[in-house]
Design a protein around this ligand. Structure first.
Ligand code: ATP
Length: 252
């Protein structure tokens, strides 16, 4: 369970996360959508304790994140950030092994090695595992960072725009993996997505943000509507139901 209460994060005098209260219960996939600058990344960063907040509280699995040690938090919560600032002269395998650090404390066991191998293979990175990060394409590098987060094997997984740079096949594969993690391992996934149709297809629930506030929350059928999307993006869209999923199309 992720519980956010009256959370406010300000820069100068401007609240970029503005009095947000949110309950994300049980396993499942929640997609966070909304226009540029809505506060999605900031909210995710405060939940993951990468940023502090001026007001409010965040609990993850009953722990107050701002009163929990980094080491303990890293065993329950993994986060994929939008910007990656790790050294380029790191191999893919080393990066993914980094994800095991909260468990291995730098002394990987055969279990840690097996987890890394399995994740590398699942993300089709086996053949690239000895490459340095600066020798990869944008999409390959993105998959390597996703692999690092998955290798952490945490109950809570927060991902900020994981589909950046990914082609359609790899984007689908990642969303399927997140869905499987939620359904079979009981993982609680929160994922920032710009592609509202991916959100509609794969998420149980969509949280829509604008101006630092949550403006809509519910199953895709309630959020992927012309009215909500116009309110969010100021764009007219047509919504159809295809195989049980809402699909939004903008014709201009
Ligand atoms: N370090 C900072 N200093 C000042 N303002 C900031 C800082 N970081 C973010 N902001 C502002 O906070 C607001 C929310 O930014 P945030 O990155 O959370 O939005 P977002 O919804 O994730 O946007 P995007 O879809 O563009 O990634 C934006 O107006 C942004 O300019």
């Amino acid at each position: 369970m992720i519980t956010v209460r009256s959370l406010t994060k300000q820069y100068d005098d401007t609240a970029v996360v503005d009095d947000v209260t949110l309950d994300l219960a049980g396993p499942g996939v929640t997609a966070l959508i909304g226009p540029n600058g809505a506060g999605k990344s900031t909210l995710l960063s405060v939940v993951a304790r990468l940023l502090s907040a001026e007001r409010g509280t965040v609990h993850v699995g009953g722990r107050d994140v701002h009163r929990t040690g980094s080491r303990e938090l890293a065993t329950v919560l993994a986060v994929l950030r939008q910007e990656h600032d790790l050294a380029a002269r790191l191999t893919v395998r080393d990066l993914v092994m980094f994800g095991r650090f909260p468990h291995s404390r730098g002394r990987p066991t055969s279990h840690d090695v097996a987890v890394v191998e399995e994740v590398l293979s699942r993300l089709e990175l086996g053949g690239l595992s000895h490459r340095f990060l600066d020798q990869l394409s944008g999409g390959q590098r993105q998959r390597a960072f996703i692999a690092m987060a998955l290798a952490q094997q945490t109950e809570y997984l927060l991902l900020d725009e994981p589909l950046n740079n990914l082609d359609l096949a790899h984007a689908v594969a990642i969303m399927r993996m997140l869905r499987t993690a939620a359904d079979t391992l009981g993982t609680r996934v929160v994922v920032v997505l710009h592609d509202i149709n991916f959100a509609s297809r794969w998420a149980d629930e969509i949280v829509a943000m604008a101006g630092g506030r949550v403006v809509a929350q519910g199953p895709p059928a309630e959020v992927i509507t012309p009215e909500v999307l116009h309110g969010l993006y100021g764009v007219d869209v047509h919504v159809e139901t295809v195989r049980g999923h809402r699909v939004a199309v903008h014709y201009g």
